[in-house]
Design a protein around this ligand. Structure first.
Ligand SMILES: *Cc1c(COP(=O)(O)O)cnc(C)c1O
Length: 608
């Protein structure tokens, strides 16, 4: 399927009539949704959220674990929490909480602000887990949550945190939260995010510290609060082997602890890490396992370890975030410009008498066909070299040179088009050298920061023309003034896009699987802030844009950066009023323009 949709798409989209459609109910196309949003005057990049895709992932997670539990006659239960750091935004969190209620799906927090969201949003009875470094205040917040009636587990990352819990418990009469212990595994994770496990990991207790923690709890008569063992081997776990190793290690620690008399210990929390497929080319596939395999391995291994040591099967908790959130958001960015746009046939300006080589290029361009395309292409490239030499020596002028460049580009484009079904290595190389640069109205630093920070690829494809050949080797440029805001053409994983005349038609690119981590990691480089965000629901009769959060206007960007926005506006207005205009009308019009521009978002508006 074009653009590797079958590799990364998970049946969420399909192509029909040359357009990307959403594979649910009335299956609207991304293009018609985009057009509907733009009808409201909204310009610039657009992030579309699809709650039905969150629902799908939640269902999938529970269905697979529960199936594995049945098939393995496992006696523990399956439970999950959504880690807020993956995406904090209320539009998503509300969907998760509302839909997840029937499963008892809870939230995971790693900071005080996240904990406050979890306390306010998690239904009483659904679990809250708290990871990350905690001070006395954060621990106290955990006690308040327990007092309110939440099923909350504070997972300690070090002995100091356990001491804080003991201190708060002895200084107040509030309910004591459940205590989880994160263990430091000797087996480490894999991939770019692997620093979460292993002997040099940032988090977790060593075996010695674990034994000390148990002693400490026993001494303070709080061992009954210890209910959960936790590990997390890193995000985007692309191979299954490290997980299996971690499970064996953690499973055995769990069984040992049970045999030491930790009677209320009943859960093992395997953290997150379930990977998403971001590759667009079969040879670049990232993930080597399916959700089937993943859930089977977890349940089977835990059962095996517990049965061998005659320990009851623990309840299983997961904190998968990327798996739940990544697919629900699609970034849509208008293409503003093709850099070789100047090489259009209509820009040719021939003279009454042209240099002979130019006349020959004209003939080559006119007579090019499937049979002769390679030969003519070689001739054209040859002529171009000669024409450049003639120019350097002063024998042809700038107009001749411009005509030569346009003609050669036309010939190259046409021969690429004519030989698209059997490209020679030479043509492929040429394509790579002559790649087209597409300028997209978006900031990669804001909207796909993991591309900038980690070189992570996100699937990209145009919204329409998918029934037409795409033969331009494409590199993508964002509108920041930073040369890192470029996604280069990669010969081993090529991206080909359409040749379009943006004066006549619109062209939109969609970046997929951007729903996890990108929004919160995104940064305001060049003061480009978040894109326009719309939540879209789809039913049998159509779609509805149920929520819109427009990209910030320039004045509010400045305000949030610490400037006095009204002072800036007034100063500019006063400067303008004092400047000499020829007519009063021009002055007023300019004033109006200034006000309007400052109340629009900071993205470009040139193509509507
Ligand atoms: C980040 C994190 C997660 C989520 O990981 P995903 O790869 O998004 O599933 C889960 N648990 C902990 C402790 C984390 O730090």
């Amino acid at each position: 399927m074009p653009y590797g949709l079958d590799i990364w798409g998970d049946d969420n989209f399909f192509i029909s009539d040359g357009k990307v459609n959403i594979n649910t109910k009335s299956s609207p196309s991304l293009l018609e949704i985009t057009e509907e949003v733009r009808k409201k005057g909204i310009r610039g990049p657009l992030l579309l959220r699809f709650p039905h895709l969150v629902v799908k992932q939640i269902d999938k997670l529970y269905a697979h674990f529960n199936r594995a539990i049945r098939e393995n006659s496992y006696t523990g239960s399956f439970n999950a929490v959504f880690p807020l750091k993956v995406n904090h935004y209320p539009q998503l969190v509300d969907t998760i909480v509302d839909y997840g209620r029937k499963y008892g799906y809870g939230l995971e927090a790693g900071s005080k602000a996240e904990l406050v969201i979890a306390m306010a949003k998690t239904p009483i009875g659904s679990p809250i887990t708290v990871n990350g470094f905690k001070d006395l205040e954060m621990v106290t917040l955990g006690f308040i949550a327990a007092q309110i009636g939440h099923d909350i587990t504070l997972t300690i990352e070090g002995l100091g945190e356990l001491e804080s819990i003991i201190e708060v418990a002895s200084s107040c009469k509030m309910k004591i939260p459940n205590i989880g212990i994160r263990i430091r595994l000797h087996s480490s994770g894999s991939g770019a995010w692997a620093k979460s496990a292993g002997v040099d990991a940032k988090f977790g207790l060593t075996a010695t510290e674990l034994l000390e923690a148990i002693e400490l709890l026993r001494k303070h008569s709080m061992l009954d609060r210890f209910t959960m063992l936790h590990f997390h081997i890193g995000s985007q776990m692309e191979e299954i082997t490290p997980l299996k190793k971690a499970l064996r290690e953690a499973g055995n620690i769990y069984a040992e602890l049970k045999m030491m008399g930790t009677d209320n210990l009943r859960s093992i929390n395997i953290g997150g890490g379930l990977a998403i497929e971001y590759a667009q080319h079969a040879s670049m596939r990232l993930r080597n396992y399916s959700i089937d395999e993943f859930t089977n391995d977890v349940v089977f291994l835990l059962r095996e370890i517990m049965d061998a040591k005659s320990v009851e099967h623990p309840d299983i908790f997961t904190e998968s975030g990327r798996f739940i959130a990544a697919s629900h958001a699609v970034l849509i960015a208008p293409v503003l410009e093709l850099f070789s746009h100047d090489y259009q046939e209509h820009s040719l300006k021939f003279k009454s008498v042209n240099p002979p080589l130019i006349e020959e290029l004209r003939d080559l361009n006119r007579l090019l066909n499937t049979k002769n395309s390679i030969e003519y292409l070689h001739d054209a490239l040859d002529h171009m070299e000669s024409l450049f030499t003639l120019f350097d020596l002063g024998y042809i002028d700038l107009q001749d040179r411009s005509n030569a460049e346009i003609l050669v580009h036309q010939i190259i484009k046409k021969s690429l088009y004519l030989s698209q079904n059997n490209p020679t290595p030479e043509l492929e190389k040429l394509q790579e050298r002559l790649q087209e640069r597409y300028l997209v109205n978006s900031s990669f630093f804001q909207s796909i920061p993991d591309y900038w920070g980690l070189g992570q690829h996100f699937p990209v494809m145009p919204l329409d023309r998918l029934d037409l050949p795409a033969i331009r080797a494409a590199s993508l440029w964002d509108i920041t003034c930073d040369s890192d805001g470029e996604i280069q053409f990669q010969p081993n994983a090529p991206l080909y896009l359409h040749d379009i005349d943006l004066d006549k038609e619109e062209y939109f690119l969609a970046f997929f699987n951007v729903g996890a981590y990108q929004e919160t990691l995104g940064m305001n480089h060049n003061l480009f802030t978040h894109p326009n965000v719309c939540t879209v629901t789809i039913d049998d009769s159509g779609f509805e844009i149920v929520q819109t959060d427009e990209s910030e206007n320039i004045l509010s960007i400045l305000k949030n950066t610490g400037y006095d926005d009204s002072e800036i506006l007034n100063r500019l207005k006063n400067n303008l009023l004092e400047s000499p205009f020829t007519t009063e009308k021009e002055k007023n019009d300019t004033l109006q323009k200034l006000e309007l521009y400052l109340h629009q978002n900071g993205y470009l508006r040139t193509t509507n």
